[in-house]
Design a protein around this ligand. Structure first.
Ligand code: HSE
Length: 291
């Protein structure tokens, strides 16, 4: 069985652990029934029971009340970079849960796949777009994740500035304060609500104002070497709004103009030559299962 699962950007500024968008850069993973666990096609340190595709798979089996001893996993084409803030871990958890559901006819559907993958990830913001596609907002109701899709205007153009180094989510979460000021909470809640409207209507001016955050980005920019230069270049090249993609280190830029991507690629090359500039196209389907 072949699973195609999209990359994603979580948070989108104010929607910490809540908002996400799925992108067409995908991972291809094959799953076959087996009595023991075997994994091929990935780095040797992930070819064991810590692999998130396996964790998503076994969690889905557990939620369905089924015994699970193994599975054969083979990684095919891999387009999602690891630990760059583009949802690589969520994609694996979602793919594993979707594979278990399909291989055994568990009847979990997207909601059950979401619950299994969220249990592995700890938060639903990346797994939701990886499963449903498009722009999603999610919340937890106890153990259950609730996700809603929102419209995303066609004219918005997205570009990822991907650094040449990794940043683990655990590291990027460890720098965040345990509690927040009320004023900062209001700052994010109000921007989060208006951001959804701006993404749906394509209002770039509102987007530029609403894609701001006080809960995580102020603590994380310092972990991203070169981010100050990259942000300044992106603004000079015409980015209407930008934010950290997920936990970083990738920077997500929004523009109206498709020519932004080659422009920022050229400008960044001279200053941060190792960074990849990638045009992002919206994935509207989510995880796909092929028998
Ligand atoms: N919302 C998460 C974070 C995304 O920013 O830490 C990465 O898993």
């Amino acid at each position: 069985m072949r699973i195609l699962v999209p990359s994603s950007s979580a948070n989108l500024g104010p929607g910490f652990d809540c908002f996400g968008i799925a992108w067409q850069s995908r991972n291809e993973i094959f799953f076959d029934r087996s009595d023991s666990l075997s994994i091929e096609g990935c780095a040797v340190e992930y070819a064991n029971s810590v692999n998130l595709a396996w964790l998503g798979y076994s969690k889905a089996m557990e939620l369905a009340g089924r015994k699970c001893e193994g599975v054969h996993i083979r990684f095919g084409k891999t387009e999602i970079p690891i630990c760059r803030g583009l949802g690589s871990s969520a994609a694996l958890s979602a793919a594993g849960a979707a594979a278990a559901d399909a291989l055994f006819g568990l009847g979990l559907g997207r909601q059950g796949i979401l619950d299994a993958a969220t249990a592995v990830e700890g938060h639903p913001d990346n797994v939701a777009p990886a499963i449903y596609g498009g722009l999603t907002a999610s919340m937890m109701d106890g153990e259950r994740a609730i996700t809603v899709n929102f419209p995303l205007h066609e004219k918005l153009h997205f570009t990822a500035l991907i650094p040449d180094f990794q940043l683990s989510t655990a590291m990027a979460r460890s720098v965040l304060p345990k509690s927040v000021e009320r004023a900062d909470a209001i700052f994010n809640v109000s921007r989060g609500a208006l951001l959804l409207n701006a993404l749906g209507s394509g209002d770039l001016e509102l987007l530029g104002l609403a894609m701001d955050d006080k809960l995580h980005q102020p603590y994380r920019w310092g972990l991203i070497r070169g981010s100050e230069e990259a942000r300044s270049i992106a603004r000079d090249c015409g980015a209407a709004a930008l934010c950290i993609s997920g936990a970083g280190p990738t920077i997500l830029c929004v523009s109206e103009d498709e020519s932004f991507t080659p422009r920022v690629r050229e400008a960044l090359q001279g200053v941060l030559p190792g960074w990849e500039v990638r045009e992002l196209r919206i994935d509207r389907e989510g995880v796909k299962v092929e028998e």
